[in-house]
Design a protein around this ligand. Structure first.
Ligand code: PHE
Length: 457
């Protein structure tokens, strides 16, 4: 079937940056950097973005555009044209369902917390609150499975609504409206943090590498963060590439997307860590970092009553422009079947993510002591209790994504016809194309195998 196309290069870029910039930048990056020792982790993460992430991003956009189909069928079609094995399509399945919907299922739970925090901030619950107070608020929120479930549902419903409306009337319209607001709010927050006394300490923390903190696990976490943040390996960029007009320069777009995404992650770090230090909080707090840290800051700072709700609204927006891109691969795949239209597909995909997400919701309360992998002797993962939530996050970011990235690199580098890719990128034989091809064919696979091996052993 023929899918809609992005109406302009700018619309595509906003959508792709909207996908890349999300909870991964503002919620996940600061706490993962904090847990992994700061500066050295940040440096390795940036290296992976450009050495592995961007080449994979280019490959996905190119393969997507070449076929114009959903990720799964794009891989089938490009494999066929290259006379390669059709079994490569498992990569599309792994990305679309394991990666895309699997990630959406817990992404939307976190996004639900964020929405709940918009309301809490508006109601003035953070006024003059201290560390213990925010800890209690988060604890109470997490303990209440029913309310969490409702927010999870609300967020999935918003996602389904936008995706159901289609590429032009849904995705594109949402990002052109939301992304400028997002950038503006982020800059306001950064401006505020720059004025606090602890800004220099945050710069040091994020940019002074201490390599003694690096081990295989940290490197794997940096890779996971790079792939997660760029929205690669789970079908998203294959799907977004399929709607891309032929005259858009893919390599340049990929560079822009990566630069914007990394820029926003670093800006978020620079906006959040000064507050962490200023209010005597710990950078190693984990997933709860921004939920425990920021309310204290908002509750005490002048103007916090406005900035607090604004921040959580910002985060909701960032999450929404990403969640739609997590649902899109499955929806475009369902849509290619005769018996499914776009609305049906969106609702069906959303329902799957909602159902799986309930496990994440209850693993924070009712089932907090239930370790699904205990029968294999796995009760902790990287030092945290192996609840369903932890398993899901770890499996997606540290297994499915690196493996998916390895799969895409091997597929594009070894299985797909080189000329087919070069023509789709509209590049000359020498120069950038050659560099990309070496990166995707040799550098990315070797690095990915080494990192997976080191990080998991
Ligand atoms: N990149 C998004 C973020 O940083 C998450 C995401 C991953 C979205 C993969 C789509 C695909 O929040």
């Amino acid at each position: 079937m023929k899918h809609e196309q992005w109406s302009s290069r700018a619309a595509f870029l906003l959508a792709a940056v909207g996908s890349a910039v999300g909870l991964g930048n503002i919620w996940r990056f600061p706490y993962v950097a904090g847990e992994n020792g700061g500066g050295a982790f940040v440096l390795i993460y940036i290296g992976f973005v450009f050495l592995i992430g961007v080449p994979v991003l280019v490959a996905e956009l190119t393969i997507g555009r070449k076929s114009g189909q959903s990720p799964i069928n794009a891989i089938v079609e490009v494999a066929k044209e290259s006379a390669a094995n059709k079994k490569w399509k498992f990569l599309g399945w792994l990305g679309t369902f394991g990666g895309g919907l699997g990630l959406l299922s817990f992404y939307s739970v976190i996004a639900g917390w964020v929405m709940a925090y918009v309301l809490k901030a508006m109601m003035g619950m953070f006024d003059t609150i201290d560390k213990a107070g925010t800890h209690d608020i988060l604890g109470a929120h997490m303990a209440d499975g029913g309310t969490m479930l409702m927010w999870h549902l609300a967020f999935i419903a918003c996602t389904v609504y936008i995706v159901g409306k289609g590429i032009n009337a849904g995705l594109e319209k949402a990002v052109t409206f939301l992304m400028p607001i997002l950038f503006l709010l982020l800059l306001v927050l950064l401006g505020y943090s720059m004025a606090t006394a602890n800004f220099g300490q945050a710069v040091d923390y994020l940019f002074t590498p201490d390599f003694s903190k690096i081990d295989g696990e940290v490197v794997l976490n940096a890779l996971g963060q790079a792939l997660f943040s760029l929205s690669v390996t789970v079908g998203t960029m294959l799907a977004y590439g399929a709607y891309l007009p032929k005259d858009v320069n893919i390599v340049r777009s990929a560079g822009l997307i990566a630069a914007a995404d990394t820029g926003v992650a670093l800006i978020s770090g620079l906006a959040i860590f000064p507050l962490v230090f200023a209010y005597g909080l710990q950078p190693t707090a984990g997933p709860s970092l921004i939920f425990e840290v920021l309310p204290v800051a908002f509750g005490q700072m002048p103007g916090g009553a406005v900035l607090g709700p604004a921040f959580f609204i910002l985060l909701t927006i960032a999450a929404l422009t990403s969640s739609i891109s997590l649902l899109e691969p499955a929806v475009s795949f369902f849509e290619e079947r005769k018996d499914m239209n776009r609305w049906k597909s969106a609702i069906f995909g959303g329902a799957i993510a909602f159902a799986v997400g309930t496990l994440t919701v209850f693993s924070n309360n009712e089932w907090a002591d239930f370790y699904p992998l205990a029968f294999l002797g796995i009760e902790t993962i990287q030092g945290d209790a192996a609840t369903f939530f932890k398993i899901n996050d770890f499996a997606v970011s540290n297994l499915i994504m690196p493996l998916g990235g390895l799969g895409i690199a091997l597929f594009a580098g070894w299985a797909v016809n080189r000329e087919l890719l070069r023509k789709e990128m509209a590049l000359p034989e020498r120069g950038i194309f050659e560099i990309w091809h070496v990166l995707i064919k040799y550098v990315a696979p070797v690095a990915l195998i080494a990192i997976l091996y080191q990080g998991l052993s």
